[in-house]
Design a protein around this ligand. Structure first.
Ligand code: ADP
Ligand code: MG
Length: 689
């Protein structure tokens, strides 16, 4: 063992052969140290023996018992029942899978130590499939430390993982100074990395399991801090690499953008104008823009994107505009065609349901450069799509896409890198953006168009539906339109669409005089388009839909929205949905129906959404209540998948992370690569593409 280093391959550990090594590699474990960064998901206390009469259903405990009887019974299948007792009580251990030798061994044994979860079965408590060990004398040693339970890496058994980690910890002891290179910078407020790792893999018996499972232990905080540092530094490094790329300069060639803006039926807000300027300043350079455009729902981000696309076109370069849903992409397509019809521009639309016949023509136009603005969905990623000369890539509602997808599109640029504009309606608190989006410059549209009215939001129990139906009816009779967003049952478009169909049936019985339309994600593209067009043209009064309308749908005359099962939805999602109303000059309302009783979290969420219309406040609250998943979306996949840190739980660390990373950049830039490599290994190299 003496010569092994933590940077060696795990093949050097006892019990690791080529087969196991392959499994570990598949799981991203290429070095011994990587094993130490495989963090326990929870802990079990096998350090003390519990009395049977103290067992509580649902809790896992260690018991040491005498065997009274072992038998096999038939309950539709073979079940081995082992009746055991201690000084306090008696309990059955049940095994549904067992071998004859297990049966014989247990039958011959006197005493066992078992670890398992107690379960209530009618009046009695039992243990199903406990782990057990036959013991000969009760003087056998108990564990002195808590037992870590790991994510099942590559299907490896816990015992195997534990043994590998135990060996790795021994090797770590000798590498102390080598891996702890950040401690002098982070300072004495936290335990060292080595101590933290040792602690987390094998906490002493008296450690606070709750604290550990909430990931609030100082060792975990120390490691989270480091992970977030690595995250920010990796993205900053990526950003520097991006700056080495060359892009086409996109400059003012004609008056088309001014003409476009003048043709709009409204004045741009100051925020829109200044963001357009920021973008145009970036585009003039021959280093690619990487800009994040944030703006609340309805703040008018599409016009900004359109201006950039138009300027790109007037430089004879293609602009690619990608949206996460077909519905949204199609809306953009319709808008762009209308906005730019004073010019001779070929705008292409490509989605998964573009018919085969049209597809080849479209692909040809994209390839030849005849189409200069290309709007579409993920379909734009497909291999068959070859662009001619892309100057700008715009990604709308970016939280729906991963970093990797953005990169794929980037690769499609030829000899130069396209400029990138990434749009999000979910505002990201500044410190969080500086870490999770450290590779992007940021622009914010911080005002809504003039005359926008706040959407009045009410929360209502389901039981009041009858009153609501009357209200919707009266609303539509006045010539205004409404949305009824149907139950979110689970995140399955199939089930949700069925629920929408049922709802429309129910509503058309009680509201026979108004025109009701249906929209869900499982509908064919043509059908969706037909419904959306009819709704836009006021041929449909009430649109019943699933949450597919969450992004992008823009019908200013729709001023009332009912959302069913609102208690199940996340804050940001509710805010996005609500953003479909309040887009015109009329006062708008949003009614959140819920099924009582409300749990605490839902109560807080609904309260928050009722109280504010401000996306930044909603996002902050969302971060507090449920974590950044919804805010960062898929960005957490790819490079940024965090192993231990959690931007929400650890939000108190964000400013410290920013300070420390700046300090590392100015004082110890030599440490950056090792840190990134430790956390991201090869994945960080994608920065080189
Ligand atoms: P989002 O920022 O949510 O993507 P959109 O770009 O879809 O918002 O714009 C919402 C609506 O507001 C659209 O109907 C758009 O035409 C309109 N709009 C955009 N900018 C302005 C403005 N400055 N004044 C009035 N209406 C505007
Ligand atoms: Mg939008």
């Amino acid at each position: 063992m003496s010569e092994i280093s933590i940077d060696d391959s795990p093949i050097k550990l006892a019990g690791v052969g080529p087969f196991l090594l392959g499994k570990l590699n598949d799981f991203g474990i290429n070095k011994i140290i990587d094993l130490l960064f495989l963090f326990p998901i929870r802990y079990e206390d096998r350090t003390r023996i519990a009395n049977i009469d103290s067992l509580v259903p649902g809790e896992k405990k260690l018991i040491e018992v005498e065997i009274d009887e072992v038998k096999i019974i038939f309950r539709g299948r073979r079940v081995m029942v082992c009746r055991v007792y201690d000084d306090s009580a008696m309990i059955n251990l049940k095994f549904f899978h067992f071998s004859n030798s297990q049966f014989n061994n247990l039958k011959a044994a006197k005493r066992v130590r078992c670890f398992g979860e107690a379960r209530q079965n009618k009046q009695i408590i039992e243990m199903i499939h406990p782990e057990y060990k036959i013991i000969n004398s009760s003087s056998e040693n108990l564990n002195t430390n808590l037992t870590a339970v790991y994510p099942s890496a590559g299907g490896l058994h816990q015992a195997r993982i534990r043994s590998l980690i135990e060996q790795s910890l021994k090797i770590l002891e000798k590498s102390y100074s080598k891996i702890d290179f950040l401690s002098p910078i982070i300072g004495g407020a936290y335990p060292s990395l080595t101590d933290s790792l040792r602690f987390l893999h094998s906490p002493p018996a008296n450690s606070d399991i709750k604290l550990l499972e909430q990931r609030r232990h100082p060792s975990q905080i120390r490691i989270s801090l480091e992970e977030m540092l690595a995250q920010r530094l990796a993205l900053l490094r990526l950003s520097n690499k991006n700056k080495e790329d060359l892009s086409e300069k996109i400059v003012k060639k004609d008056d088309s953008v001014d003409q476009f803006i003048n043709s709009l039926p409204f004045e741009l807000t100051n925020a829109q104008s200044s963001v357009i300027n920021e973008i145009f300043t970036d585009l003039k350079k021959n280093i690619p823009m990487h800009r994040l455009l944030q703006g609340d729902v309805g703040s008018g981000k599409t016009v900004v994107a359109a201006s950039a696309a138009l300027r790109c076109h007037s430089n004879s370069l293609q602009a690619v505009f990608m949206a996460p849903t077909e519905l949204l992409a199609e809306q953009h397509y319709i808008n762009f065609k209308e906005w730019f019809n004073f010019l001779d521009i070929d705008i292409a639309f490509l989605s998964g349901s573009t018919p085969e016949k049209e597809r080849s023509t479209i692909l040809e136009k994209i390839k030849s450069g005849k189409s200069s603005i290309i709007i579409g969905t993920h379909a734009l990623f497909q291999r068959a799509v070859e662009f001619n000369k892309v100057g700008l890539i715009i990604i709308d509602e970016q939280h729906r896409f991963g970093v990797d997808q953005r990169l794929k599109l980037k690769l499609k640029g030829r000899d130069f890198s396209p400029h990138q504009l990434v749009i999000t309606a979910t505002p990201i608190p500044r410190t969080l953006a500086m870490i999770a989006y450290a590779d992007l410059d940021s622009s914010i549209i911080n005002e809504l168009p003039k005359g926008r009215q706040l959407v009045e939001t009410n929360v209502m129990p389901e039981a009041k539906r009858d009153i609501l139906v009357k209200r919707v009816l009266a609303h539509c009779k006045k010539g205004q339109q409404a949305y009824w967003v149907c139950p979110l049952i689970e995140e399955s478009e199939v089930i949700d669409s069925q629920a929408a169909k049922n709802l429309i049936h129910e509503l058309s019985i009680v509201m026979p005089t108004i025109e009701i339309g249906l929209l869900h994600g499982k509908m064919k593209y043509d059908e969706k388009e037909k419904v959306m067009r009819a709704f836009k043209n006021k041929k449909i009064d009430l649109l019943v839909s699933t949450t597919v309308i969450e992004v992008g749908v823009d019908v200013p005359n729709a001023t009332l929205m009912v959302i069913e099962n609102s208690e199940r939805m996340g804050l940001s999602q509710l805010h996005q949905l609500r953003g479909r109303v309040g887009r015109g000059d009329f006062k708008s309302n949003c009614i959140l129906l819920y099924k009582p009783p409300l749990n605490e979290l839902s109560r807080q969420r609904l309260g928050a959404i009722r109280e504010t219309n401000d996306g930044f406040i909603v996002a902050k609250k969302d971060l507090e209540l449920r974590g950044p998943g919804e805010i960062l979306g898929k960005r957490q996949a790819g490079l940024c998948k965090l192993k231990i840190a959690d931007f929400s739980r650890d939000s108190f660390l964000l400013s410290e992370v920013i300070e420390l990373s700046d300090k590392i950049i100015s004082e110890r830039p030599d440490l950056i690569n090792s840190l990134i490599e430790r956390w991201f290994g090869d994945t960080a190299n994608y920065a080189k593409v």
